[in-house]
Design a protein around this ligand. Structure first.
Ligand code: HEC
Ligand code: HEC
Length: 477
């Protein structure tokens, strides 16, 4: 992406804004515009004041509540139903996992907004279950949600796949991927078309270790297998006339189908969106008060931003160190970072710079109520804990216990070092933020239900009962 450590003018303004906000609430002095956000004012405001204040904050942040509806305009075409449906079948079919035991859906669970059912993903050699009882060797990170994924300008916890224009719909300046792909996927129309080239080649996720060769060889084999399944040939033939006439399905078409399915996972009509469009009754008073804190005194929006390239996704798509405890699986098929092989260097894995260690992308916050765990490694299992961590990361990290945090049994061993993480803590989180219990409850309420599109709760209907390869579909708990 734009170099993650260089502040653009906007980022610099946000950063400065954050600093000013922190100072303004810690220093006792005469009236400032911020006083309007003080707890007393917010709690005692009558409903109309709340509405007016929130509408003003949303306007000031450029928030329209219309991003979901902009999908087809930004694609420049309507969605293609039959192609998306092929993508859905592929998404659930272990046929494209050369280890024959995992599909995209093995990790991206429809019952969790197409995010993980676990703290840290389990890929190959799993027990066929998707849900709390999934077992097998763990990879390194939690699987993010795929709802609204079409709008993310940078993908992955360290943004290693990104659109150079800052717009996932615009490939004119190319897409950046780590080697061996580099810029070679830039000809594809959307960042998600390009991203679909990667998971089937990941050995710990889907490919396994038996098949020899590089990413290109693995893709050739995946597409050979898809072409050998009559059900896929027929379906692709209905979309692409040349395939009907006998041409082979190409990997580009496979990727287009997956991306088309992902476009259909746009669920960005949460109460906050309806409010922004003028339906003030769509949010509860508690959500409104929480939103005022989020955009105001609690300074969440500094990183979980909505304007410009953020596409109203509640992330600046930059990496920050927020001091998340480093939990370590007892059985993993990925070698963790650091001398003790018990760390995750985050952004530094991409840049190679020591100063980038432990930095992760600000999580896009829409629909996160559907997640069973939080942060890049699922170190927290309660949304309250994930939010409380931000109020005083040092205190939270130093007193962290995987047992009380409620993570799975195999993640309860000794945690990795925390001091080097906290040494790099983002300046904006260094001074603790004090919220009263009611304020904290409002903030959580806003994140939990104010940002949830209710339609995303029930996506289990997208699970196919069978897939064209005839191979078994995972058991979704
Ligand atoms: C083994 C579990 C696993 C499988 C299988 C898997 N993913 Fe993922 N996916 C992940 C994890 C973990 C991440 C984040 C990894 C990181 O940031 O290092 C991710 C990230 C993504 C992202 C970016 C999300 C974001 O918010 O940036 C997309 C898109 C995605 N996967 C799509 C797919 C598709 C499509 C497939 C199947 C072709 C697939 N995944 C298969 C675990 C998996
Ligand atoms: C300095 C930037 C920054 C600020 C300010 C900030 N966050 Fe975060 N937040 C992050 C980053 C980075 C992550 C992901 C960290 C990780 O997983 O290692 C995150 C993760 C989260 C998560 C977990 C999301 C998930 O997918 O697991 C929640 C919830 C959250 N933030 C809410 C908030 C709230 C509420 C506030 C305001 C009190 C806030 N954040 C302020 C940077 C920030």
């Amino acid at each position: 992406m734009r170099h993650p450590r260089l502040l653009t003018p906007t980022a610099a303004r946000l950063w400065l804004g954050g600093l000013l906000a922190i100072q303004a609430c810690s220093v006792d002095r005469a009236v400032t515009p911020l006083e309007r956000f003080t707890p007393v004012a917010v709690l005692s405001a009558d409903a109309r004041d709340l509405d007016a204040m929130l509408a003003r904050d949303l306007r000031a942040n450029g928030f329209t509540g219309r991003v979901g509806a902009s999908l087809t305009a930004r694609l420049g075409r309507p969605l293609h139903g039959p192609l998306a449906d092929i993508g859905r079948l592929l998404f659930f079919d272990v046929e494209n996992g050369l280890n024959n035991d995992n599909s995209c859906a093995g990790c991206h669970n429809p019952k969790n907004g197409f995010g993980d059912s676990q703290s840290i993903a389990i890929g190959i050699q799993n027990n066929g279950v998707v849900g709390p009882d999934r077992t097998g060797p763990r990879n390194q990170r939690r699987t993010p949600l795929l709802t609204n994924i079409a709008f993310l300008p940078a993908l992955m916890w360290n943004s290693r796949f990104h659109s150079n224009s800052g717009d996932p719909f615009d490939h004119s300046r190319g897409f950046t991927f780590p080697p061996p792909e580099g810029a070679s996927l830039s000809y594809l129309p959307h960042l998600l078309d390009a991203q679909a080239f990667i998971p089937p080649t990941e050995r710990v996720e889907m490919a396994g270790f038996a098949f020899p060769g590089g990413n290109g060889d693995i893709r050739d084999e995946v597409i050979r297998r898809i072409n050998a399944v009559p059900g896929y040939r027929v379906r692709f033939g209905e979309v692409y006339p040349n395939i009907k006439r006998g041409a082979a399905v190409t990997y580009d078409e496979f990727a287009a189908a997956i991306a088309e399915f992902e476009f259909t996972l746009t669920f960005a009509d949460a109460p906050i969106d309806a409010f922004a469009r003028g339906h003030h009754a769509a949010m509860t008073d508690s959500e409104k008060r929480g939103a005022l804190l989020f955009f105001g005194r609690a300074r969440c929006v500094n990183c979980h931003s909505v304007r410009g390239e953020s596409n109203e996704m509640f992330s600046d798509f930059r990496q920050h160190v927020i001091g998340v405890p480093q939990i370590v699986p007892s059985v993993s098929n990925v070698t963790f970072d650091g001398p003790g092989a018990n760390e995750d260097f985050g952004l530094a894995q991409v840049t190679g710079k020591e100063s980038d260690r432990y930095a992760f992308r600000s999580s896009p916050l829409r629909n996160i109520a559907l997640q069973p765990t939080f942060m890049h490694n699922g170190a927290f299992t309660r949304l309250e804990d994930a939010i409380r961590h931000h109020l005083d990361p040092v205190k939270s990290a130093m007193s962290y216990s995987p047992v009380t945090a409620g993570v799975a049994q195999d993640l309860r061993g000794p945690v990795g070092p925390i001091r080097p993480v906290l040494q790099r803590l983002d300046g904006r989180l260094k001074s603790p933020l004090t919220l009263r219990d009611e304020e904290f409850a409002d903030l959580v309420q806003f994140v939990r239900t104010g940002l949830l599109d209710p339609r995303a709760r029930s996506l289990a209907s997208l699970i196919p009962s069978q897939v064209p390869s005839g191979k078994p579909v995972h058991r979704f708990q």
